[in-house]
Design a protein around this ligand. Structure first.
Ligand code: FE2
Length: 302
């Protein structure tokens, strides 16, 4: 059974509600025949129906301010730059702080010999979460803070001083005094469920802040790509394949067979827009042989 619901776009008959139906069924929506400017209207109308339109605008705004991604049209941004032979192991965009609900990728060109999009549905009954960790910011506060201080800390450090207090069982990685009354810690914390607006339920998400710490995430993904004949290998092994190699801390032993219960493999074609729940589905991308073609895929998040 595939969980990829294919929808063909036509100006007269397309209804954003068909995408909502796929999403509330926890399926992936793949819309074909979408011109680049229509892709903007389309993602906006889907987000509007879900009450995520403000979040969509905010995310596109952040991306252009921070400059780590360039924006395309109104809401799409370039995906992270890839060095030769690099792949992107599974992750949900963002963290339990950002609680990003929806992800979409639009394909402008994908003429390489690889670059398949692979989506992974999180198994709600997995017990694997017990040994995974999320990298989070926590704090200790002495005395009181004004609302203005709290707001400033929230926007500058992505830290909620009221709810993000350091817990005893959290492993501290770094500490930094960010206010005379506040010390901020980077810690390894137990993953917690996040509310999915689309499904109206609490779910674990394989956030980037969980997956990118774990060497095993990249190892398991490389093995998976090899088994599926999706791995392109450099003849002299001179290029590291894992795009997040520098952020990985240790082996947390993730087991994809337990963590995920369904995968969708799809090589996006020009004019295709793929939309899915960013909490219940993690995304990844296979690598390709350098100079085999161009992969120009842009993403939108809300
Ligand atoms: Fe991503």
């Amino acid at each position: 059974m595939t969980r990829l619901q294919q929808i063909h776009y036509s100006e007269d008959s397309f209804e954003a509600q068909s995408v909502i139906s796929a999403l509330t069924n926890d399926d992936v929506a793949l819309i074909s025949g979408v011109e680049q400017d229509i892709a903007d209207d389309l993602i906006f109308s889907v987000c509007e129906l879900l009450g995520l339109d403000e979040s969509l605008e905010l995310q596109a705004g952040f991306a252009s301010i921070q400059g780590h991604r360039q924006t395309r049209n109104d809401f799409y941004m370039t995906v992270n730059r890839r060095r030769p032979y690099q792949f992107i192991p599974p992750h949900s965009e963002g963290s339990s702080f950002s609680k990003m609900q929806l992800a979409a990728f639009y394909c402008i060109e994908n003429s390489t010999d690889g670059g398949e999009t692979i989506l992974w549905h999180v198994n709600a009954n997995a017990t694997d979460w017990n040994h995974l960790k999320e990298k989070k910011r926590k704090c200790k506060v002495i005395g009181t803070l004004t609302d203005a201080d709290k707001h400033k800390i929230r926007t500058s450090y992505q830290l909620d001083v009221d709810s993000d207090r350091l817990l005893q069982d959290e492993e501290i990685l770094t500490s930094q005094k960010i206010h005379e009354n506040v010390t901020m810690y980077e810690v390894l914390s137990k993953p917690e469920k996040t509310h999915s607006i689309i499904l109206d339920s609490y779910q674990y998400a394989y956030w980037d802040s969980i997956s990118s710490l774990d060497h095993d995430c990249a190892i398991r993904f490389q093995e998976y790509c090899k088994r599926q004949s999706l791995l392109k290998v450099c003849s002299n092994n001179s290029f590291p394949m894992d795009n997040a190699a520098q952020r990985r801390l240790r082996n947390f032993g993730v087991n994809f067979d337990e963590l995920f219960d369904h995968t969708v493999i799809h090589k996006l074609q020009p004019g295709q827009l793929i939309i899915f729940n960013n909490i219940s589905w993690a995304h990844s991308a296979a690598n390709w042989t350098p100079d085999s073609g161009v992969r120009n895929v842009v993403g939108a998040f809300a």
